[in-house]
Write a protein that binds this ligand. Structure first.
Ligand code: ZN
Length: 281
């Protein structure tokens, strides 16, 4: 996973952004891109502003945010009007579907942008007292001028776990995965839990397996819609697989020679499985 190293976050007014700024324009989580053969390319602000002036194209912006800069170019995110349509040569595409088509660093910046756009949209009004909120001038937050409540972008941390038993790993199928695909188990952190407790609870709940030696692997933003995936490896400590049928269709132990279809390279699940495959010989 190539996260953008040259990204400098910033907050501030999007109104002063230069015409060549990268423009992350979203409509309900779908990103507006130029399509060139199979590749996708981000528009810049000048492209979009030209389209805004074209009365034949329905492409107005509801809100904009300044996200910082990347290789010296400003980044602006935009929420498109609900009636917006992609003009000729452009496409409004589900962000996840763009992983293999957009430059990877820009994809991960889009993953930030989609969450900021959603947060901005969802926190126009204070959730406690109903007063319109105001942008904080120096940090990514909105404040309520009436009751003082601060609204930060919401992140939902989740653990994702590769469980090992000898030369086998535990993989499971949820009904949301593509046909025949198996993946590592995952679940959201509950208030008051340590990550290690979440790992133990989720594995026990979903497949009735106990684990030990829980160790950190790495993390990944997962903007569908606002997770932070925190990856672990763990060792089998006991129990037989009994699946929670509300969450899982099937689960089993696999060796490197019997692996089923596994998730694509975008996901930390795949990174976990690949790291284990690399250790088998
Ligand atoms: Zn309030």
């Amino acid at each position: 996973m190539t996260l953008p190293n040259e990204y400098l976050p910033a907050v501030g007014s999007p109104d002063t952004a230069a015409p060549e700024s990268y423009a992350f324009a979203f409509l309900n989580g779908r990103l507006l891109v130029h399509i060139e053969d199979k590749a996708a390319r981000l528009p810049n602000l000048a492209d979009l502003d030209a389209l805004h002036l074209d009365a034949t194209v329905q492409l107005t912006t509801v809100r904009r945010q300044h996200l910082g800069s990347f290789h010296g170019r400003d980044l602006v995110s935009l929420e498109l009007h609900a009636d917006a349509e992609a003009p000729e040569g452009m496409l409004l595409e589900n962000l996840r579907a763009l992983f293999f088509r957009l430059d990877e660093e820009l994809f991960w910046l889009a993953a930030r942008a989609v969450q900021i756009v959603a947060w901005d949209r969802d926190h126009q009004i204070c959730g406690r007292c109903g007063t319109p909120t105001e942008d904080h001038p120096k940090e990514r937050s909105k404040q309520c001028p009436e009751c003082g409540l601060t609204h930060y972008p919401r992140l939902s941390p989740a653990v994702i776990v590769l469980v090992e038993r000898g030369d086998q790993i535990l993989l499971a199928r949820s009904p949301y995965l593509p046909a025949e695909m198996f993946s590592t188990l995952a679940g959201f952190v509950e208030p008051g839990e340590t990550l290690e407790q979440t790992v133990a609870r989720e594995i026990e709940e979903e497949v009735s397996i106990r684990v030990k030696n829980v160790r950190y692997f790495g993390s990944q933003p997962w903007p569908f819609p606002n997770s932070l995936m925190i990856g672990f490896r763990a060792d089998y400590a006991g129990g037989e697989i009994v699946i929670d049928e509300d969450e899982i269709e099937s689960a089993d132990w696999f060796t490197v020679d019997t692996l089923p279809k596994i998730p694509p390279r975008i996901s930390i699940a795949r990174a976990l499985i690949d790291s284990w495959i690399g250790e088998q010989s």
